[in-house]
Design a protein. Structure first.
Length: 410
């Protein structure tokens, strides 16, 4: 749920999350209501037909700035102080239970794992568990789709052989592998290790397609998230803050999808998760130090968005605790994206928006009102020989790969 880098980020729901709410100490902030402001900032395309954009930050700017967390930790702030600054008005809580993670790398309908001591199969349909101890020569096991779209189990020696639990050729329902140690999943792109169980899940009941889902405790999940979202070598308090933000985000996502076969994905569309193979001892220590800790708002898991760099101001999000605030921690020598420049050719704009014709001028007409140049661009107009085209700042950023929508034209 982050924006790249640093390595390039929500009665029944409460019971599911296992929340115990505790009060949050107040933190002084320079908060601004982000209703937006009208501006009249016009930039003529020069004779060289290339404009230079100057900007601040990387990502949407909602919630915690990862570089800001690092800067705050360098100034001596603890992880709770960092979290309290970026998510004002939330409360500290604890979470229990497991989470279901969609594994995008496994694009097949089979779940194939390497044989390990203690490997077991759980038939979810009849709640039966089988120890996969024989044959000893088996090197791999898989859950596949058989006749009538039923799940079947095979083992590999010199070739694949059918294994019949209880003498039955098919399983009653979906099934999953588990073991006392991490499992190695075999995917089309290679092998990856995961804690917890690996489930063959049916997206559509009765359908042939299967997805691979990792079912594991929330803290074990976070162990596989942190090194993919923030360098484990960063300040320990920053990594701890990232652990709380990531754990809370996953708890929020779990609360949104309590019955869906998966509750969060493993890509940047949610937050990047690399399994046990991505773990680092330093970030694992941060997860242990913050075990089970999350944030809540009004008794529910908080939507703890985060991005790489705020540029000096966080931006208002969809909930009260994602407020627009001046961020004094984001600007330091180690942050390469606090300020940035980018050259953009007029021709690339004309190709992206052919209705413009020849681009003559870029006019920014509305910003969020916070920081240099009056903040992030909300609306701009491309003045052209054929027509004028109005574009949102977010669309312009996405179209041309800008680091953020907080920019000006020079």
């Amino acid at each position: 749920m982050s924006s790249r880098p640093p390595h390039r980020r929500r009665a029944a729901a409460l019971a599911l999350a296992g929340l115990v709410v505790t009060p949050l100490a107040s933190v002084p902030l320079t908060a601004v209501s982000s209703a937006g402001v009208d501006v009249d900032q016009s930039f003529t395309v020069p004779a060289g037909r290339t404009v230079v954009l100057r900007g601040h930050g990387f990502g949407h700017g909602h919630g915690m700035s990862q570089y800001g967390a690092q800067g705050a930790a360098k100034q001596g702030l603890g992880y709770r102080q960092i979290i309290d600054f970026y998510y004002p008005g939330t409360s500290w809580s604890e979470v229990e239970g497991k989470v279901r993670v969609l594994i995008s790398a496994d694009t097949t309908s089979d779940v194939v794992v390497l044989a390990v001591p203690g490997l077991r199969l759980h038939d979810i349909g009849n709640k039966a568990t089988y120890q996969l101890t024989t044959p000893a020569a088996a090197t791999r096991w898989r859950i596949a789709v058989g006749a009538g779209n039923k799940s079947v189990v095979d083992y590999f020696t010199d070739t694949w052989h059918r294994w019949k639990p209880g003498g039955r050729p098919t399983l009653v329902g979906n099934a999953q592998f588990g073991a006392p140690t991490p499992l190695t999943l075999v995917t089309p792109s290679g092998q990856r290790s995961y804690r917890g169980s690996l489930r063959s899940a049916t997206p559509v009941p009765g359908g042939k397609a299967r997805d691979t889902v990792n079912v594991l405790t929330m803290d074990d999940y976070v162990r596989g998230v942190i090194p993919t979202e923030m360098p484990a070598s960063w300040q320990p308090e920053a990594v701890k803050a990232q652990s709380v933000a990531a754990r809370t985000y996953a708890t929020w996502s779990r609360s949104q999808y309590p019955t869906r076969y998966y509750q969060i994905c493993d890509t940047s569309y949610c937050q990047v998760y690399g399994g046990q193979g991505a773990e680092d001892p330093r970030s694992n220590a941060a997860v242990t130090a913050t075990a089970r800790q999350i944030l809540t708002y009004d008794g529910k898991p908080a939507f703890t968005q985060f991005s790489s760099s705020s540029g000096g101001w966080t931006s208002a999000g969809s909930v009260p605790y994602l407020a627009a605030n001046a961020d004094p921690y984001d600007d330091y020598d180690g942050n390469p994206v606090h300020a940035w420049t980018l050259s953009l050719s007029a021709r690339s704009v004309e190709r992206a928006y052919p209705r413009v014709g020849t681009l003559n001028r870029i006019r920014v007409t509305r910003r969020d009102g916070n920081g240099e140049w009056r903040g992030r661009v909300w609306t701009l107009v491309l003045d052209g020989s054929k027509s004028d085209v109005t574009v949102s700042g977010d669309e312009f950023r996405a179209r041309f790969g800008l680091r953020s929508s907080w920019f000006t034209v020079s």
